[in-house]
Ligand binder design. Structure first.
Ligand SMILES: [Zn+2]
Ligand SMILES: [Zn+2]
Length: 283
C-alpha cells in the first residue's frame, strides 16, 4: 500500500550475532561468492542447498535455530497476530473479538465497496511483523523478505483459493520506484510466485499517476486519490486470467480495489483476489 514513511521508524538494527550465527553468515556469503563465479543455474541450485543446510536466525528474537527453511522460531510465530477465522469471507477482515462467531460479511462487503473477488491478509499490522514490513519497505532491508513471504504463503495456503494463473504486484509510480529503488510488492510477489510455482508479471499493471500516500487521507479522499491511477500495460497477459494481486499492507482496501477494477474492466481479467502480509485495523 501507498503508506507514508513513519517518523519513528527504528534505525536499521545492528545485530549482535552470536558465534554460530556469525559463522553461518560468513559461510553463506563465502559459498554464495564461490557460486557467483559459476553459472546461473548452478548458482541458483547451490543457493537453495545453502538455505536448506545452514541455520537461520528468527526474524523476531534473532535466536538461531528456527526449523530449516523457516524464518520464525516457534514461540515468535505463535506471538504473531495471524488472521484466522472468524473473518469476513469477502475482504478478510478479522472478527477477533468474537472467536466463536461464524464468518459473516463486514459492512464494507455488504455495501459492495470492493472490486476484488475476495482478499486475505496474513497478520494484523502490529508488533514485530509491522516493524519488519517498515524496515523492508522504507529501510530497504530486503533481508526480511523471506520472513514476510513465509506469512504470505501461510495465508495463501489456509485460504484454499483456486490456483491463480498469474500473480501481479500493486505497482509503484516510476518516480517512487526510482526513489525507493525497488517495489516492495514486486519483491514479495516474485518470491511468493517462486514458492507456489505461479508466474508473476511485474509490468502487467502500471501506476500512471503519482498518488499521495493513502495514510494521509480520509476514505472518500483515498478513493479519489487512486481513481484512474492505474492502467493495464499488457492486456494479453491479463485477459481471461485469474489473478492474485499482492501488496504489503491492506488498510482500507481502496488501492487493491482500484487495481482489481482496472484489471477486470480494462484488462479483461476473469477474477482478481488480493493478498497482503498485514492488515491495518481501524482504531
Ligand atoms: Zn523467535
Ligand atoms: Zn469484508
Amino acid at each position: 500500500m501507498d503508506e507514508e514513511r513513519p517518523d519513528n521508524l527504528e534505525k536499521p538494527e545492528i545485530l549482535a550475532p552470536d558465534e554460530l550465527e556469525a559463522a553461518s553468515v560468513v559461510a553463506r556469503s563465502f559459498i554464495r561468492s564461490v557460486l557467483g563465479s559459476i553459472g546461473w543455474g548452478i548458482k541458483f541450485a547451490g543457493s537453495a542447498i545453502v538455505d536448506l543446510c545452514l541455520p537461520r536466525s528468527c526474524a523476531d528474537c534473532q535466536k538461531i535455530g528456527t526449523l530449516p527453511q523457516k524464518s520464525w522460531c516457534g514461540p515468535c510465530w505463535e506471538k504473531i497476530g495471524r488472521i484466522d477465522p472468524p473473518l469476513c469471507p469477502g475482504c478478510g477482515r478479522p472478527f477477533g473479538d468474537a472467536p466463536s462467531s461464524p464468518d459473516h460479511l463486514c459492512g464494507d462487503c455488504i455495501e459492495r465497496s470492493f472490486r476484488f473477488d475476495s482478499a486475505r491478509s496474513a497478520a494484523i499490522h502490529e508488533g514485530a511483523v509491522r516493524t519488519r514490513v517498515h524496515q523492508f519497505k522504507f529501510g530497504g532491508q530486503l533481508k526480511w523478505t523471506p520472513c514476510l513471504v513465509e506469512l504470505l504463503e501461510a495465508a495463501y495456503t489456509a485460504w484454499e483459493l483456486p490456483a491463480p494463473d498469474l500473480i501481479v504486484p500493486v505497482p509503484l509510480h516510476l518516480k517512487r520506484l526510482s526513489e525507493r529503488g525497488f517495489n516492495q510488492a514486486g519483491v514479495l510477489a516474485r518470491e511468493l510466485g517462486r514458492k507456489i510455482k505461479t508466474p508473476v508479471s511485474a509490468c502487467a499493471l502500471v501506476r500512471k499517476n503519482q498518488t499521495l500516500p493513502q495514510t494521509r487521507l480520509k476514505r472518500g479522499e483515498r478513493l479519489q486519490n487512486v481513481k484512474g491511477a492505474f492502467e493495464v500495460s499488457d492486456k494479453s497477459t491479463v485477459r481471461g486470467r485469474r489473478i492474485l494481486l499482492i501488496d504489503d499492507v491492506f488498510t482500507t482496501g481502496t488501492t487493491l480495489s482500484e487495481c482489481a477494477k482496472i484489471l477486470k474492466r480494462k484488462g479483461g481479467a476473469s477474477e482478481v483476489y488480493a493478498l497482503t502480509v498485514t492488515r491495518a485495523l481501524p482504531d
